[in-house]
Design a protein around this ligand. Sequence first.
Ligand SMILES: [Zn+2]
Ligand SMILES: [Zn+2]
Length: 146
Amino acid sequence: MNAAQTAGAQRTEPAEDRTGGCLCGRIRFTAQGPAVFPHTCECGHCQKLGGTPVMWWVGFKTVTWIGEGGEPTWYETFPGEAKRGFCPTCGSRVAAIDSDIPEIGINVTALDDTSGEDLVPIHASFHDNAVRWLPSVAKTEPTTAS
Ligand SMILES: [Zn+2]
Ligand SMILES: [Zn+2]
């Protein structure tokens, strides 16, 4: 999370709290704010860390760790720039923090409810690294922001 975030002006909707956590339940969190840039990623890190051909990500402005395990264990994939959070007990991937992205990244699969329309991926990152048998998500990313 970013300490330098007091952003005043643009609060349009009341933040909807979502909950999530790891498989064993020791890592639990609430996520506040709109779902930002839901996307899939097929980069080498997502594949290796996730044990899966593709990971599903979304950003939230604020994430609060509320489970008995506290924060996930962080592994720096790019030291000083990016780190991934996982449960040290069950190994579930739950989050990521990138120094150049204001939101905290959440693995959508860690959310208790993944059915939200605002979680449907709008972008496929690193699709050129995808396994050849997996179709890409439909690109619905708006061409202009706001
Ligand atoms: Zn766990
Ligand atoms: Zn990735």
